[in-house]
Design a protein around this ligand. Structure first.
Ligand SMILES: [Zn+2]
Ligand SMILES: [Zn+2]
Length: 261
């Protein structure tokens, strides 16, 4: 069974291609379960996400395609939601929406968009270990919030190769324990292979720890274009298999379903 649960649409203003073409490509390359999780609305950097008034049209289009292609592929509906330290930015209607799942992602430390190349200079202004500590504290708080089903790109803070001096497994440990406690799933997201770090999220050593802690995993390509659908699936699948994982997760109405991959 091949799943790909984290994918975008043109509504976030930094993706290309029609949703129907995404599905046609997913079917063509043999994806069995395909999830749309576009960036949820939020009153912060609104140019990188849909706005509230687009949600129903987005959800309806996912459901239309789900019905139309149900013989060939299972389509699931979700959102990628920014976990912000200031909760006023998180839309209650999204957090409580009746979708299949929510991906919780940390893209901001306070208001610093650390994965945006425009703000790269900020890495030089702070101690790198402190940045990583802050990042994993945010992941820990996100897990504690219990709003989300899947952790988006667990170690995104490595994206520009500003790596800590401290052991990453130690830095991530408390966050992983909270993820386990809240029964969240961690995606193996191949988008990192397209970024300066040239490595999937999370790293192999974090995946080993995730396996030891018996945390569920799933797969995603975080596609923002047709050509990124299913990106490097074979390589990330093989990494997961080598570590010992045999099952991955999908969601229907926030309930986990396990699949052999
Ligand atoms: Zn993201
Ligand atoms: Zn994404």
């Amino acid at each position: 069974m091949r799943v790909d649960l984290h994918n975008h649409t043109i509504r976030c203003n930094h993706a290309t291609g029609s949703m129907e073409d995404y599905i046609k490509k997913a079917i063509e390359i043999g994806i069995d379960i395909y999830g749309f999780t576009d960036h949820a609305p939020m009153d912060f950097e609104p140019e990188y996400r849909m706005n509230l008034s687009q949600c129903s049209e987005y959800e309806n289009e996912v459901l239309r395609l789900k019905e139309k292609y149900k013989k060939d592929i299972e389509i699931t509906l979700g959102y990628e939601v920014d976990f912000m330290s200031n909760p006023k930015y998180m839309e209650k209607s999204i957090l409580n929406s009746n979708v299949d799942y929510l991906i919780g992602s940390v893209h901001f430390l306070d208001t610093w968009g650390f994965d945006n190349p425009e703000f790269l200079k900020e890495y030089e202004n702070q101690n790198i270990d402190d940045i990583w500590i802050k990042y994993f504290k945010a992941i820990e708080d996100m897990a504690k919030s219990n709003y989300f089903n899947i952790v988006g790109h667990l170690d995104l803070i490595k994206v520009f190769k500003y790596l800590p001096n401290k052991d990453i497994k130690l830095l991530a440990y408390n966050a992983l324990k909270e993820i386990k406690k809240s029964a969240m799933t961690i995606e193996i997201n191949s988008a990192g292979l397209r970024k300066p770090i040239k490595e999937q999220y999370p790293s192999k050593s974090l995946l080993e720890l995730i396996f030891e802690l018996d945390i569920d995993i799933t797969f995603s390509s975080d596609a923002h274009s047709i050509s990124q659908i299913g990106f490097e699936y074979e390589s990330v699948k093989n990494i997961a298999k080598k570590i010992g994982f045999t099952k991955c997760v999908s969601y229907i109405k926030k309930e986990k379903i396990y699949h052999n991959f």
